[in-house]
Design a protein around this ligand. Structure first.
Ligand code: RAT
Ligand code: ZN
Length: 421
């Protein structure tokens, strides 16, 4: 094969990916789904940058309307300065993808375009531009804005649900009463009966949502085992439920929550975690599968080592502060060198629909030379590579590994014909 980079680039371009972790919502979950220019500009990654480059205080910012906030961010980060950071460039890429002006002083033309879109067809267009066939949501049954919507939310072929457990596992003291009010006999200090009731809650919501996995984000201080409600709930309710449902638990480890509460969602930071906790989970629960993303750059190598020890761990994504070309490059090389193609290179973590366009475009751009280089090395060492094998690898990385790990039907699985009654 003459030009490996060209072949890999072409195959990455042609493949349809599964976006296995986002904060997007299917249209029947109403106004939870964020899209359009004002949402794109008030993304918390950009809010953090605003406070570095303007004198606006968080207090002033939070008292503005969404439109005023978006205007302030546009002026500061796109008009007064060149938008060179990953998150600002992303907005430019989205505007360019829709043929909209990227350098105007105000947003009126851009707003007019987004206001004219109808959500269903807009979603279809965005997914097509991003080269993704499905997105995986984040669904918290204890979110008061979300839970009631599930009573009558129609499924959507492109959106999978995920049962997110942050409130239950990280803030039980603040949230156990919500379960109690919903008719589950739980108490703050959990008895065996209370734990069984949490399990019943999880089973009920799993029936309602049909999640492809359960998920939790965890602090850098996360330990397992330990004397805590979180460890008890993991051991006695969450992991048995995942096992019996045949779905993985996604653990996203390493957040230092709210180091600066004044800037709200942008106020979380990162800390190096003790991955012995993960080792203990993987070893003590061999019948469970764990999707794992760790937030600290310093934890990435260890995660690859653990993935070599335990095949019930699936490293995924370059999460949040790691989703920058320099770090994605380093992490992806390390992963391929240590565990071949047995991982999931990226998820978008998109909060606003159109972000999938730039996030997946950047992933393709960053990964093409890395994949090509690993094939070049193989050829230099005497191996051989074909377009078909490259295509298979890309399918595996961006679809198959996820489908298999979550027990979903593989793309090439034989179609099961319904027999007539
Ligand atoms: O990347 C983000 O947007 C973070 O704020 C978090 O939402 C994180 O991805 C998470 O899922 O907890
Ligand atoms: Zn996320």
């Amino acid at each position: 094969m003459t030009n490996l980079l060209e072949t890999v680039t072409g195959e990455l371009q042609a493949a349809q990916f599964i976006d296995m972790h986002t904060h997007l919502f299917r249209p029947s979950l109403g106004t939870l789904g964020l899209w359009g220019i004002d949402e794109l500009l008030t993304y918390h990654y950009l809010e953090a940058e605003l406070f570095r480059s303007s004198d606006i205080t968080p207090e002033q910012y939070w008292s503005m309307s969404k439109k005023e906030q978006a205007d302030a961010i546009w002026k500061t980060l796109f008009v007064d300065h060149l938008p060179v950071s990953e998150a600002t460039r992303g907005v430019v890429a989205v505007l360019q993808a829709f043929g909209l002006p990227t350098q105007s002083k105000n947003l009126s033309e851009v707003r007019k375009f987004f206001n004219a879109q109808k959500i269903e067809s807009h979603i279809e267009k965005v997914l097509q531009l991003a080269g993704i066939s499905e997105v995986v949501m984040t669904n918290d049954p204890l979110d008061p804005a979300e839970a009631p919507l599930w009573k009558k939310s129609a499924p959507h072929k492109a959106f999978h649900a995920v049962l997110r457990l942050d409130r239950i596992l990280n803030k039980w003291t603040e949230h156990w009463k919500v379960l109690e009010q919903a008719g589950y006999k739980v108490e703050q200090y959990l008895s065996p009966k209370g734990v069984r009731e949490v399990r019943r809650f999880l089973d009920d919501w799993a029936k309602r949502m049909k999640p492809v996995y359960m998920a939790v984000s965890l602090p850098d201080t996360f330990q397992y085992p330990e004397e805590s409600t979180r460890a008890q709930l993991l051991r006695e309710a969450v992991l048995p439920a995942c096992r019996d449902l045949g779905i993985p638990l996604s653990t996203m480890i390493g957040v230092r929550y709210q180091v600066n509460p004044a800037i709200k969602l942008a106020g979380d930071a990162v800390g190096k975690a003790d991955l012995r906790a993960l080792e203990n989970l993987a070893r003590n629960f061999p019948d469970n599968r764990f999707l794992v993303s760790v937030l600290s750059r310093e934890n990435q190598h260890e995660l690859c080592v653990y993935a070599r020890k335990f095949n019930n761990l699936m490293p995924f994504g370059c999460w949040w502060f790691l989703n920058n070309p320099s770090i994605v490059e380093e992490m992806s090389r390390e992963r391929i060198e240590m565990i071949g193609m047995s991982f999931i290179p990226q998820h978008s973590d998109a909060r606003i629909l159109e972000q999938v366009i730039y996030k997946w475009r950047n992933t393709r751009r960053t990964l093409a030379p890395i994949l090509a280089n690993s094939y070049e090395l193989l050829v230099a060492d005497g191996g051989s590579v074909s377009r078909e094998r490259i295509r298979e690898d890309i399918q595996r990385l961006f679809r198959g590994n996820f489908q298999k790990f979550c027990g979903l039907q593989a793309d090439n699985a034989p179609v099961t014909l319904k027999t007539k009654a």
